[in-house]
Design a binder for this molecule. Structure first.
Ligand code: SF4
Length: 266
């Protein structure tokens, strides 16, 4: 089997008018400025030049922000650059992540045109009260609608869920996993909450309103969720955000994290 590599391109907070209380995309992605088509080309070229295994399958992945909420012209420009590498056989596929309320037939037709293969939806919770509590700006109905449409259009469907959100308990998180399983995603990411500097959650944490999960609690719930998904043959492709200079032990000087539970990849 060919090795697979992801070429990550971060679009921090681009396309997202929202303000989830745990989010500070610029810190999470380690990227301080908005992206241009030249940046995309530079990043892809860098990875292609440095991946030693020339036969490996490469996927260009637009992470962070809400890709389908980006201004249409810029969205097409970014996709156009990535698509060129697909046409030339230098990369195999494209992946994007977005919000569930930024999916409709026209958007999916546009993504098809550029041969996007996988769409990941930020779900976070299936409980509408918790979605409101963290200021997501959408409901679980939006997740159901978007997931069905994505599958109907023949894309690979991915879901991202969080554990340890304010007022969310283990039962909520198990219920979220059950609700996602019903929507038949191909893959899932599980993110235990990190308290990032400059977010509303940081304020709640400092005021004693929000208490993060302990490491043991986070490991226990993630273990249970991984088993639930595995039993249904749904791949858990990641647990926890990628470690970067900013996303690391809160004791480090550069760290943007105020409090955390766990971060490891699977
Ligand atoms: S929708 Fe995503 S990018 Fe936008 S504020 Fe929420 S977590 Fe951040």
């Amino acid at each position: 089997m060919k090795k697979q590599y992801i070429i990550p391109i971060f679009v921090p907070h681009l396309g997202c008018p929202n303000d989830c209380i745990f989010c500070n995309q610029k810190s999470i992605s380690g990227q301080k400025k908005n992206i241009t088509k030249e940046d995309v080309k530079k990043t892809i070229d860098y990875y292609i030049d440095n991946i030693k295994d020339k036969d490996a399958e490469k996927e260009i992945a637009f992470f962070g922000g809400s890709f389908t909420g980006i201004d249409e012209k810029l969205q097409e420009e970014l996709l156009e650059v990535a698509y060129k590498y697909i046409k030339e056989g230098q990369a195999k596929s494209i992946r994007i992540s977005t919000r569930p309320d930024y999916i409709n037939k026209n958007i999916l037709k546009r993504l098809k045109k550029y041969k996007v293969r996988t769409i990941e939806l930020g779900v976070q919770s299936a409980n509408d009260y918790i979605l409101g509590r963290v200021n997501r700006g959408h409901t679980f109905k939006d997740v159901e609608k978007a997931s069905k449409l994505i599958r109907r259009y023949g894309f690979n469907l991915g879901h991202q869920m969080m554990v340890g959100l304010p007022e969310s308990d283990r039962k909520d998180e198990v219920n979220t996993a059950k609700a996602l399983i019903k929507l038949r995603p191909k893959m899932v990411r599980i993110y235990p909450v990190l308290v990032i500097k400059g977010t509303k959650l940081e304020r709640e944490y400092k005021e004693g309103i929000y208490e993060p999960l302990t490491l043991v609690q986070a490991v226990e719930i993630c273990k249970q969720l991984i088993r639930m998904f595995a039993n249904k043959r749904i791949e858990v492709i990641r647990v926890g955000l990628q470690n970067t200079d900013e996303i690391c032990n809160p004791d480090n000087k550069e760290s943007e994290v105020v409090a955390r539970t766990i971060s490891s990849s699977v």
